[in-house]
Design a protein around this ligand. Structure first.
Ligand code: NAI
Ligand code: MG
Length: 492
């Protein structure tokens, strides 16, 4: 018998003698190239910059692949290809555009295991999430928008929707392939062409996606995939041929982009950070709420813009809820993201881990009470234990700043008014959760909360038909649903 880990001991104390799971690593090959090329005008091209950087696997801190670092000349070439492709693509009948999107969706399904492993290796998220969430949702976004492509006249009855032109898209590292799908599918369905840049720590699945476009026979130049860091993103944003910019990422960069585009006439949608309140009333089913809280903050290591990072709990049930939450935390498996049993994988990058640790330290320094279950973190790679802070006050940094990690700040309230006041006391407004037995309370809270999405007795539920986006510094514009389509078109 293997020596008992400290986690086993902790769980035995709580639940009696439970067995550890044996390792269950996913073994499908990810087919990752040693060195990638840019995808411009339907061809794989070496970057004019001749520069590359390493993509590191956060799972073990080792180099995974070399990624081209595109410069302004590469971005120019991508826009030229997209501009050339726009005329014929936008004139194709919607049903024909739809066929390409259906093909892409089916190819993603065919190759989902390979892409899920690649996503987990490159970004650190647990394989069960890339397999059961990222890949199926990415395919679903292509299916959904394939369906719209020949029905655009119903999206704005009595009006004609026209494409905008070439769309510049910059995406983040938390849901690399899924954010690519959120961006590309509606742009293509509405007849636009695209220049897209993945985030520098997670470029692999976007660059692999070029092979899907090739298999689907998508006309050259309709989608161009450019990798690089912030300057490459800025070159896309500031390119004169960009008719619209769609950005998902930090509020800081979102503000830079908004300033850069002011007065240019380019359309802009921004999906930025969040600090969502997950609100539990004293009449809520507590065990369900515990599952929703765990899903809300520990899904994808908390690298989620709509994460339920502030738990607001009604005073009468605070003690009981926190006790159940602590017990549940001790059963979470933290470790190798490739293991099918892992609940919390690796933190996306060394930089992000440093940011999380800095904010956790500020929580301790400012006087909040920290709780972490005993769990053994892998020696290599970037990992952080699931963390709860109780006794948090609204002025603490951990109650105000987006941590983007597996860290929950717990605050309490007495009345619904106080919950609304505290929930809305943030510069963000992307999402919120409400847990209660009473339907009327849900409706009242949903209309009082300044958040783009309000989940009731659930959390982190997504569907391509449901528009997603924020208020205040969480950005503007919507992705998904009819609203999302309208943001990629103009009314004629
Ligand atoms: P970031 O905003 O710098 O990166 C997002 C994307 O923007 C990447 O593709 C990056 O290359 C690009 N970018 C960076 N500077 C740019 C510029 N000047 N012009 C155009 N594109 C640019 O986010 P970062 O630094 O990786 O993460 C910092 C924090 O931002 C995180 O800790 C988290 O709090 C937040 N964040 C929020 C996300 C969300 O989904 N809302 C996603 C990623 C980060
Ligand atoms: Mg940055």
């Amino acid at each position: 018998m293997p020596a008992k880990t400290s986690r086993t001991q902790a769980r035995e104390l709580l639940f009696g003698d439970l067995w550890e799971f044996d390792p269950a690593p996913e073994s499908a090959p990810a087919h990752i190239d040693e060195r990638y090329k840019l995808f411009i005008g339907g061809r794989y091209v070496t970057p004019k910059s001749k520069k590359y950087f390493d993509s590191i696997s956060p799972r073990d801190g080792k180099k995974l692949a070399e990624i081209p670092h595109a410069n302004a000349a590469d971005v120019d070439a991508a826009f030229a290809a997209a501009k050339q492709a726009f005329g014929p693509w936008s004139k194709l009948p919607g049903a024909e555009r739809g066929k390409y999107l259906f093909r892409i969706a089916r190819l993603l399904q065919d190759r989902s295991r390979e892409f899920a492993v690649a996503e987990t290796l490159d970004g650190g998220k647990p394989i069960k999430e890339s397999r059961d969430f990222d890949l199926p949702m990415a395919a679903a976004h292509f299916f959904y928008h394939a369906g719209w492509a020949d029905k655009l006249q119903y999206a704005a009855p009595g009006r004609t929707l026209e494409p905008l032109g070439v769309i510049g898209q910059v995406i983040p590292w938390n849901f690399p392939l899924l954010m690519l799908a959120w961006k590309i599918a509606p742009a293509l369905a509405t007849g636009n062409t695209v220049v897209i840049k993945p985030a520098e720590t997670t470029s692999v699945t976007a660059l692999k996606f070029a092979t899907i476009l090739e298999q689907a026979g998508l006309p050259p130049g309709v989608v161009n995939i450019i990798s690089g860091a912030g300057e490459t993103g800025a070159a896309i944003v500031n390119h004169p041929d960009a008719a619209k910019i769609a950005f998902t990422g930090s509020t800081e960069v979102g503000k830079i982009i908004q300033r850069a585009l002011a007065g240019t006439g380019k359309k802009l949608t921004l999906e930025l950070g969040g600090k969502a309140a997950n609100i539990v009333f004293d009449d809520a089913p507590l065990d369900q709420a515990v599952e929703g809280i765990v899903n809300g903050i520990f899904f994808n290591q908390g690298h989620v813009c709509c994460a339920g990072s502030r738990l607001l709990v009604q005073e009468g049930v605070e003690k009981e809820l926190v006790a159940r939450l602590k017990r549940r935390l001790s059963t979470l498996r933290v470790g190798d993201p490739l293991d099918k049993n892992t609940d919390i994988g690796a933190i996306n990058s060394k930089e992000q881990l440093a940011k999380i640790k800095e904010l956790v330290q500020s929580g301790i320094d400012e006087g909040a009470e920290i709780y972490q279950p005993s769990c053994r973190l892998p020696g290599n790679g970037f990992y952080h234990a699931p963390t709860l802070f109780s006794g948090v006050s609204q002025s603490h940094r951990i109650a105000r700043e987006e941590i983007f990690g597996p860290v929950l700040s717990i605050l309490s309230f007495r009345t619904p008014e106080e919950a609304i006041e505290k929930a809305n006391n943030t510069c963000y407004g992307l999402s919120a959760g409400v847990w209660t037995d009473k339907g009327s309370k849900i409706l009242r809270m949903a209309s009082a909360l300044k958040a783009g999405v309000v989940w009731a007795n659930t959390y982190n539920k997504f569907d391509p038909s449901s528009p997603f986006g924020g208020y205040k510094e969480s950005g503007f514009g919507r992705e998904g649903g009819r609203h999302g389509l309208l943001d990629y078109t103009k009314l004629a």
